[in-house]
Design a protein around this ligand. Structure first.
Ligand SMILES: C[S@@+](CC[C@H](N)C(=O)[O-])C[C@H]1O[C@@H](n2cnc3c(N)ncnc32)[C@H](O)[C@@H]1O
Length: 185
């Protein structure tokens, strides 16, 4: 399978794709941040500067598309999902990993307090820069403002995907979600 990992960042998801395909030449990464990609250290994986909304590849280039924890950074998911559909081959599949806001109010308060309050303070106390505390607050804000799960599924269907479904890892807060869909063959 030829795999494209969108929002490859520092490459944790792409590293797993390399293990699964067994050949780094079958995996390519796309990210708007050259700085993030410079930390990926994945020999053999080709990296391309680009955005989910304008993927720098021709139609039907890939069998599989992954995107790990970048959905909440994308401003236009209609455009992004149309691009995902375009670059996948007929029968191609996608898997999007994302952190979802906890459904229960108490879980939301707990996580928000932890990410916007506790962690930034700990970061400052342990000598991290003021910028680091700001980034932790931004991290929560992106989770809180992320497109709701139903809208993600609806937008995948509107883009032409079938079998769009969401699975949530069950745990204390149940915030790790996975969306899957198929481009009809
Ligand atoms: C949390 S990191 C991703 C981590 C990465 N998937 C991994 O496996 O290590 C989010 C990434 O999304 C990227 N990003 C932001 N806006 C994007 C966009 N419009 N299209 C694609 N990637 C984007 C950021 O540059 C950043 O590298």
């Amino acid at each position: 399978m030829r795999v494209v990992d969108i929002g490859i960042g520092t490459g944790l998801v792409a590293r797993e794709a390399v293990k699964l395909t067994g050949d780094p030449a079958l995996v390519v990464g796309v990210d708007p941040s050259v700085g993030m990609m410079s930390q990926a250290h994945l020999p053999g994986v080709q990296l391309f500067e680009g955005r989910a909304e304008a993927i720098p590849f021709p139609d039907a280039s890939f069998d599989f598309l992954s995107m790990g924890y970048a959905l909440r950074h994308i401003s236009d998911i209609d455009a992004a999902f149309r691009e995902f559909h375009r670059v996948l081959k007929p029968g191609g599949r996608l898997c999007l990993l994302e952190i979802t806001k906890p459904e229960r109010a108490w879980s939301r308060m707990l996580l928000k307090g932890y990410m916007r309050g506790v962690v930034p303070v700990l970061a400052r106390l342990t000598g991290s820069s003021a910028e680091s505390a700001k980034l932790w607050r931004y991290y929560w804000d992106t989770i809180e403002a992320c497109v709701p799960p139903d809208a993600v599924i609806d937008t995948l269907v509107e883009a032409g995907f079938t079998g769009a479904k969401r699975h949530v890892e069950t745990g204390a807060l149940s915030i790790l979600a996975e969306y899957q869909a198929v481009k009809p063959g």
